[in-house]
Design a protein around this ligand. Structure first.
Ligand SMILES: [Ca+2]
Length: 373
């Protein structure tokens, strides 16, 4: 079948949009689902559906609920805003070929995104999970192969919901990769791995103006955590932990800037650890539970503007002080020149006419890069 539904507005119904079964060639676009009595959008067992510019707002339950096996379904430039419960619930063990791209889930009473039911392989590209009352992105029940690429989760959680409020979190033997992601001013951590998850995070940035209530990067259980070329920043001095890894974990922590914590890197005794080439600055205790590497340094990274702009300046001592780990691009999509610089940004030689890329931003529902925006 080939059908396009566009311009649908549905409110105050049981569901805004409910769709199940084969959907090859079906497109839903430019449609609004608000103030419905259950979920704004419920998809069950769909195959081949395309959704573009579809919003779900102020519904009584979830903004989007996706259930059962979902295949070859693409969701682009869509959103879930101000729903009473979670913005997006992905409750499926199978979602072959599914892509979330430029999805905004903000202002919801639960998590921005909850990904459950032990599925495999899904990509979130340039998605936003900020300003939710729970976590930004919550992966649980053994989901494997989740990629967060260019995603952000800022200002999630509050003291009235102290059980949640992480930017990104994984549970129960999940496995995820985060690259070029941002978590800022969340109530708890920037990233928390709980219950034997495997995690790889590189060229991402995590910051608090003051500090969250647990480590900025927190890892419990017996999983593996790889942290390469991240910038981990507290605007305060000597508060909390930058990286807090449990004894049962296997950790590889290299080329990171860690600034402003009571403990820069805390590792439980007996953890398997590769650590080095980190810049741990303004931390009363640079390393706890292990002897820090002689390749680590401690000096002002020389940021442009604190957590508002965590690029480092050309004269920073972080330049070329990292060790080669095989990456080609930094957080701002700049190429790696010479040895990697420590942290998530590579200094750009503005003298050659190349313009610094700056921080990412959202504008008109799109990610972009720049300094003046
Ligand atoms: Ca370099």
């Amino acid at each position: 079948m080939n059908s396009t539904f566009t311009g649908i507005n549905q409110s105050r119904a049981a569901y805004g949009l409910s769709y199940g079964g084969p959907a090859e060639g079906v497109v839903v676009s430019n449609s609004r689902f608000s103030s419905n009595r259950n979920h704004g959008i419920a998809l069950c067992g769909v195959n081949g559906l395309t959704l573009v510019d579809v919003t779900s707002t102020e519904n009584v339950q979830y903004g989007w609920y996706i259930d059962g096996p979902v295949e070859n379904t693409t969701i682009t430039d869509c959103s879930s805003i101000d729903n009473i419960s979670t913005g997006v619930v992905l409750n499926t063990a199978s979602c072959t070929g599914m892509l979330f791209e430029y999805f905004t889930s903000r202002g919801n009473g639960g998590n921005g995104y909850t990904i459950i039911n032990a599925g495999t392989e899904i990509t979130f590209k340039n998605c936003d999970g900020s300003d939710n009352r729970g976590d930004g992105f919550n992966v649980c029940n053994g989901w494997c192969g989740v990629l967060f690429d260019g995603c952000r989760a800022d200002s999630c959680g509050d003291a009235d919901h102290a059980g949640s409020g992480d930017g990104f979190t994984t549970h129960n033997t999940a496995s995820i990769t985060m690259r070029y992601c941002s978590a800022r001013d969340n109530y708890k951590s920037g990233f928390a791995g709980v219950g034997d998850s495997d995690v790889r995070i590189y060229y991402s940035r995590f910051s608090h103006a003051t500090n969250g209530i647990i480590g900025m990067i927190f890892m419990s259980g017996t999983g593996e955590i790889i942290l390469h070329n991240n910038t981990i920043y507290s605007g305060a001095t000597n508060v909390g932990a930058g990286i807090d890894v449990a004894a049962g974990c296997c950790a590889d922590i290299r080329n990171n800037i860690i600034r402003g914590f009571s403990v820069g890197i805390a590792v439980g005794a007996g953890a398997s650890l590769i650590e080095g080439h980190n810049n741990i600055f303004l931390s009363a205790n640079r390393g706890m539970g292990f002897p820090i590497s002689s390749s680590d340094v401690s000096y002002d990274p020389w940021f442009y503007n604190g957590q508002n702009d965590l690029r480092i300046r050309r004269g920073s001592g972080c330049v070329n002080k990292g060790t080669g780990l095989g990456y080609n691009r930094d957080y701002g999509n700049n190429p790696i020149r010479g040895n990697p610089d420590i942290g998530s940004w590579e200094v750009v030689n503005s003298g050659s006419g190349i313009v610094p890329m700056g921080e990412p931003y959202f504008k008109g529902g799109r990610f972009g890069w720049g300094i003046n925006h």
